[in-house]
Design a protein around this ligand. Structure first.
Ligand SMILES: Cc1cc2nc3c(=O)[nH]c(=O)nc-3n(C[C@H](O)[C@H](O)[C@H](O)COP(=O)(O)OP(=O)(O)OC[C@H]3O[C@@H](n4cnc5c(N)ncnc54)[C@H](O)[C@@H]3O)c2cc1C
Length: 468
């Protein structure tokens, strides 16, 4: 079998896309002794490293210093006049992502993966064309890991004047004002980043409340906290058109209002990167509609049995750890004779808003639809750090529990370090912890997280949809 493969194909595995999923799969397959080729058309590391999670979190840190300087006064510090330099941040970010990009490349090279700095397109089910040179190579197996791209709302007049998260990190200068369309985590995070850096910020969302898939309490309280900080949130409205007005932009909203701003940003979702990859020529089926995600089975196999797809291009859950997990399962299934399905249940998630959101498991509304009787444990309080500083931000800790089995179905946090807590509480939920397990866990004192093990009585119950 080995010699047949050697004779027939140039590679055992060819990976298209050097992002979170592709790099992990390529590197580990190479380390297993497979002959691996990987094509990346832009920068190694993909969305997460170059224009997603990593630069985003660095900018979140940058945007938090203003509040920290203010808070320090309550603790006896006098902080002099502070100024912020956008260029310094952009340059420092660039240096860091370049370092990470180098590490990703080194990891692949260390596993003897042959890297092609080129766009790759399938010509048939086993042949890949490298667009930069026209070279064609063949592979026994192919992994599509081309990720996603910004939805640029091309049907909207003036969409070309809008930036997206791709451009936001590298703007030539920090705008004085910005309006952001969207209510998902990327829109919310950027609204907080720009506001924290001193930009007059408006968020425009088509729904009634931002962050549609999150627990209702989190959505309402975050919205209130952002508004209290000075971010304007306009709901039930969308961008109708954007016009250039000298150096500025006039953004017409569907509610009749026109906003004149320095920058307008679209953060209304991401689409699978499945166009122009030659998937039709290889006989790989895509989902219908404008999304065109690669259809995969529970083992990430496409309609072509030797072609697999992982990550955002499959439109399952668009997160880096999910893409990496799918890549690991692909390796188990294909190269370790251990068929493994990716597990998408109970994924802990963070929104790097200010205050931050951390969440895992079912929201209260979801649980009500699924379980006849649920208990809600809820603590809404001022975190200790905010006492001396005088900051008004409050924290929310909430547990959703099945009233019959006592199993904890969901945990939701709004406040400092919410993401860190969600990661750890995710382990408890994955292990099937019950409320009694939480109750018999000793508290860490003084901490905010101790609320999770000291909320002994339910705040309320919901029986057959009715709150009692
Ligand atoms: C602003 C922003 C913030 C985010 N924040 C977070 C976060 O905090 N936490 C989190 O978990 N996730 C976050 N994400 C999501 C995360 O970045 C993605 O889920 C993850 O990168 C998906 O990995 P992937 O391997 O599927 O694709 P990607 O990382 O997108 O990689 C795909 C790669 O394929 C390349 N490519 C595409 N087509 C071709 C082709 N034909 N030939 C060659 N190369 C090609 C692309 O250039 C790209 O480098 C964020 C995303 C954005 C946009």
């Amino acid at each position: 079998m080995w010699s047949l493969t050697m004779a027939t194909y140039d590679y055992d595995l060819f990976v298209i896309g050097g992002g979170s999923g592709g790099v992990r799969a390529g590197r580990l397959a190479g380390a297993m002794g497979k002959r691996v080729g990987l094509a990346e058309e832009y920068r190694m590391g993909g969305t997460c490293v170059i224009r997603g999670c990593v630069p985003k979190k660095l900018y979140v840190y940058a945007s938090q210093f203003g509040e920290s300087f203010d808070d320090a006064a309550g603790y006896g510090w006098s902080v002099g006049t502070s100024t912020f330099d956008w260029r310094t941040l952009v340059d420092a970010k660039e240096k860091e992502i370049t370092r990470l990009e180098g590490l990703y490349r080194k990891g692949l090279e260390g596993s003897k993966v042959e890297i092609f700095a080129s766009r790759a397109e399938l010509v048939d089910a086993h042949t890949i064309e490298l667009k930069s040179t026209g070279q064609r190579v063949t592979a026994e197996r192919i992994l599509i890991a081309t990720g996603g791209r910004v939805n640029r709302n091309t049907s909207m007049p003036g969409h070309e004047y809008c930036i997206s998260s791709d451009e936001a990190f590298d703007l030539a200068e920090l705008p004085k004002s910005i309006v952001i369309a969207g209510g998902g985590y990327i829109a919310v995070e950027f609204a907080n980043i720009f506001h924290g850096l001193g930009v007059e910020t408006t968020l425009v969302y088509r729904g009634k409340e931002i962050l549609s898939r999150f627990d209702h309490d989190l959505r309402v309280l975050l919205s209130e906290a952002m508004t209290a900080k000075g971010i304007r949130i306009v709901t039930e409205a969308v961008f109708n058109a954007v016009r250039k007005e000298g150096d500025r932009l006039a953004v017409e909203l569907s509610n009749g209002e026109t906003l004149t701003v320095d920058q307008a940003m679209l953060a209304i979702g991401r689409l699978p990167n499945s166009e122009g990859v030659g998937l039709d020529k290889a006989g790989v089926a895509l989902s219908k509609g404008d999304h065109g995600a690669v259809i995969v089975d529970e083992y990430s196999r496409t309609s072509q049995p030797h072609i697999y797809a992982v990550g955002d291009v499959t439109d399952r859950v668009q997160l880096t750890p999910v893409a990496i997990h799918e890549a690991m399962c692909f390796l188990e299934t294909v190269y370790k004779d251990n068929p493994t399905r990716p597990d998408h249940d109970l994924i802990p998630t963070v929104v790097f808003s200010q205050p931050e959101i951390g969440t895992v498991g079912m929201s209260e509304d979801e649980a009500i639809k699924t379980y006849p009787e649920i208990e809600i444990y809820r603590a809404h309080f001022r975190p200790m750090k905010n006492t001396l500083s005088g900051r008004a931000d409050k924290m929310l800790m909430k547990l959703v529990v099945d009233g019959k089995s006592r199993k904890v179905l969901g945990a939701h946090i709004l406040g400092p370090d919410a993401g860190e807590m969600a990661q750890l509480i995710g382990i408890a939920l994955k292990a099937g912890a019950s409320k009694d397990d939480f109750d018999r866990t000793m508290a860490v004192h003084p901490s905010a997280a101790e609320e999770f093990v000291t909320m002994y009585n339910p705040t309320y119950r919901v029986v057959n949809g009715e709150r009692i």
